[in-house]
Design a protein around this ligand. Structure first.
Ligand SMILES: NC(=O)c1ccc[n+]([C@@H]2O[C@H](COP(=O)([O-])OP(=O)(O)OC[C@H]3O[C@@H](n4cnc5c(N)ncnc54)[C@H](O)[C@@H]3O)[C@@H](O)[C@H]2O)c1
Length: 387
């Protein structure tokens, strides 16, 4: 047999324009590079068309490193570019609203990192722009796409653990635990960051809504333990530097929730964890053991009654089949890849985003709940959630 050229690539190209080539720009680009060979059946081929970063040197260097065809420094050029189908906003929190709204108005599909917007008013404008558009818009709540998290959702939704009584969720990091760190050394506090509740608490809130359902009311205390970091930086009054939130939630289905979010939890690197208790069982998961769902179901067999660790890597488990054989674990990175794949598949093959992907409606609702937690902390009142 002679050596032959490969066949022409007939996969549907989707041209990506990505804003912000930092941590998340790298993470999302990593997803686009892996999607075509992990998910051949979807027949999509993301093309890295345009990379935008206000730091020109960075944009130029990273465009070469990742294989983007072109680069620019002004997001207005990105959203207007006819060679971009999907605008992926991996810019800092305050740079989410205007580029996303402009991209939707220009007929692009949009992915926006969380928190979707710092203020409820901006989040509402983004939600309304997405509603008015004929294109798709997703807010990146990537933990929805960890296989064990999706399995838990399916178990709760099918009634397998009965009536849900409780959900307790923690999202803990240690970024600011050392009081001698300056604001710029703690990722959540210096401009353009917007505090720990927006930064990681938003994920915890989304997990509550995703797994148990809508939240009816919240009571919360939101604290900045290191006052120097609590001063809004860069003159922007919407930039906060809160470090710890303790909240009590009432779900619409009657369940109670306890939510804790901290960026001063000494020793905790990126610890998202939750437990759900229902009348016929309980579920427990944490990001340090992402492939394991701890499951307890009432079976009547008292001697073995308790939590069992289920390794969620079988081909019949949610999202796992596209990856490796049974027991070959997935990690944090894979949640992002799986999420971006489902968005591309929805765009290319006309599928719905809801209920498993977070839409701009979900991003808006998380902004409303964060605002309610802040108001509760300021007033000492329990706040009803109104969308
Ligand atoms: N879902 C997750 O797992 C996750 C994790 C970390 C951060 N995030 C979110 O992702 C977003 C980005 O965070 P990051 O950690 O990648 O930040 P980063 O600081 O590492 O990168 C941001 C990039 O955006 C560029 N930038 C800033 N303003 C710009 C502008 N006006 N126009 C063009 N480029 C601009 C910066 O130069 C920088 O390169 C934030 O909203 C953050 O909350 C999400």
């Amino acid at each position: 047999m002679t050596i032959r050229p490969t066949s022409p690539d007939t996969r549907k190209p989707l041209r990506i324009g990505l804003l912000g080539c930092g941590f998340m720009g790298k993470c999302h680009t990593n997803a686009y590079k892996k999607i075509p060979y992990i998910y051949p059946a979807a027949n999509v081929m993301p093309r890295l068309s345009l990379l935008c970063d206000k730091d020109e040197r960075r944009a130029q260097t990273e465009a070469v490193r990742y294989g983007y065809e072109r680069y620019c420094t002004d997001w207005k050029e990105l959203v207007a570019d006819p060679e971009v189908d999907i605008v992926d906003n991996c810019g800092p929190d305050p740079v989410h609203p205007e580029p996303c709204i402009a991209a939707l108005a220009a007929g692009k599909h949009v992915i926006c990192e969380k928190p979707m917007a710092i203020s409820v008013a901006d989040a509402r404008r983004m939600r309304d722009a997405a509603r008015a558009a004929s294109t798709k818009a997703m807010c990146t709540f990537n933990y929805r796409f960890m296989p064990a998290v999706r399995l838990a959702r399916d178990l709760v939704a099918s009634g397998r653990i009965g009536t849900v009584y409780h959900m307790r969720v923690h999202y803990l990091q240690m970024a600011g635990h050392d009081p001698s760190l300056s604001p710029s050394q703690a990722w959540y506090s210096a401009w353009p960051h917007s505090g720990g509740l927006q930064g990681i608490g938003s994920h915890a809130i989304d997990q509550c809504r995703f797994l148990v359902g809508e939240i009816r009311s919240v009571s919360a205390l939101v604290r900045a333990f290191n006052p120097s970091r609590a001063i809004p930086s860069a003159g922007d009054p919407t930039a906060w530097a809160d470090e710890g939130t303790a909240a009590v939630l009432e779900f619409e289905n009657g369940a109670l929730g306890v939510l804790e979010s901290s960026v001063v939890a000494t020793g905790r690197k990126n610890y998202l964890a939750w437990e759900i208790n229902g009348s016929r069982g309980s579920l427990r998961w944490d990001l340090e053991h992402p492939n394991s769902l701890q499951v307890c179901v009432v079976t009547g067999e008292n001697a073995l009654f308790g939590f069992t660790e289920v390794n969620v890597t079988e081909s019949f488990h949610p999202y796992s089949g596209a990856w490796w054989p049974s027991g070959h674990n997935l990690g944090w990175e894979h949640g992002h890849i799986i999420e971006k794949f489902h968005f591309l598949d929805a765009v290319a093959n006309q599928k719905e985003l809801s209920p498993f992907q977070a839409t701009f409606e979900d991003g808006y609702r998380v902004a409303v709940i964060i605002d309610a937690m802040r108001r509760s902390s300021q007033t000492g009142q329990r706040i009803e959630i109104q969308y």
